[in-house]
Ligand binder design. Structure first.
Ligand SMILES: [Zn+2]
Length: 301
């Protein structure tokens, strides 16, 4: 895990509040000498810098650079996280593949060389509050010591890798290696998507093929995913002196209608919406625009 300042990024007129952090999440490959599993608590911690995508938002992803089974498996990983976020934890974050009528993707997955013994690397951009605003994952499909089409496990290694990397964007951190001297690092086999992989194509079986209870339970402890609904923030507590009032933050949905009589006809418009994260009346972060479709006003009488 490496954190460094990536500098300012333009975000409309809100650049003052946008201080992206550059965070690298890595999935390490453990030496695989023999199969055995070691019991431990084995659940992932929260990352203190990356909080996760905003609660109850739709995140568009792009896996067009992947080919064949890589692409199919990556899609499956996004679907499994969407299912978990909808049914098994309180985040409400949905991942949807970008299409011709959707907003641009903010989560992109690519083939690439990744240094060292890492099978994949995520570059995650956040605002100053740790809310994720973008992610780029590079999967090393070129180093056959990491992923290898000629060995067993190739049919789900990209699913496993992407479950892990998406987990980073949900605020989860790597589980520290329980025992560096043990086979596969001494991880509880298959207990969390935030385990390290073990051997080529995770032949050692450290990684599960779905989001586990362990992972959902940690997501539920994430402060930005607290509660069950998407309600507004509370009214704040007392001022204890010296620290000022705590910020009043909530999510607000903003609808936009773009009329286009030349192309769509009189009174017809394209409708979009986005979600703003607002603290003390100042927009801290905006989601990408979601395209809702073409609508027409009722004819004038
Ligand atoms: Zn990792």
């Amino acid at each position: 895990m490496r954190t460094s300042n990536r500098g300012m990024s333009a975000h409309g007129g809100k650049a003052l509040f946008v201080l992206p952090l550059f965070v690298v999440g890595l999935i390490a490959i453990m030496e695989f000498t023999r199969l055995n599993t070691v019991a431990s608590s084995g659940c992932p911690p929260l990352n203190s810098n990356v909080k996760g995508w905003p609660k109850n938002t739709t995140i568009y992803f792009d896996v067009s650079d992947l080919i064949g089974t890589q692409q199919t498996q990556a899609r499956s990983a996004f679907q499994k996280w969407t299912d978990a976020n909808t049914n098994n934890n309180t985040s409400g974050v949905r991942f949807v593949e970008k299409g011709p009528n959707t907003p641009a993707a903010t989560f992109t997955v690519k083939r690439g060389h990744v240094a060292g013994s890492n099978a994949a690397q995520s570059d995650i951009t956040t605002n100053a509050n740790g809310i994720v605003t973008g992610a780029i994952v590079n999967i090393d499909v070129y180093d056959f010591a990491k992923t290898n089409p000629g060995q067993s496990g190739y049919d789900n290694i990209f699913l496993k890798i992407m479950l892990h990397e998406i987990g980073h964007t949900m605020g989860l951190d790597d589980i520290p290696i329980p025992n560096p001297n043990s086979s596969c690092g001494g991880y509880s086999s298959g207990k969390s998507v935030m385990n390290a992989a073990c051997g080529v194509n995770d032949n050692g079986g450290n990684l599960p093929t779905k989001v586990k209870d362990c992972d959902n339970n940690t997501v539920k402890t994430n402060s930005i995913y607290a509660g069950s609904g998407g309600g507004s923030g509370g009214t704040g507590g007392g001022d204890t002196g010296g620290g000022g009032n705590p910020p009043q933050c909530n999510y607000q949905t903003v609808y936009t209608s773009v009329y286009d009589p030349a192309e769509l006809g009189e009174g017809c418009y394209r409708k979009y919406h986005r979600v703003d994260y607002v603290c003390n009346g100042v927009v801290q972060w905006s989601s990408a625009e979601t395209y809702d479709g073409i609508f027409c006003d009722p004819p004038l009488q």
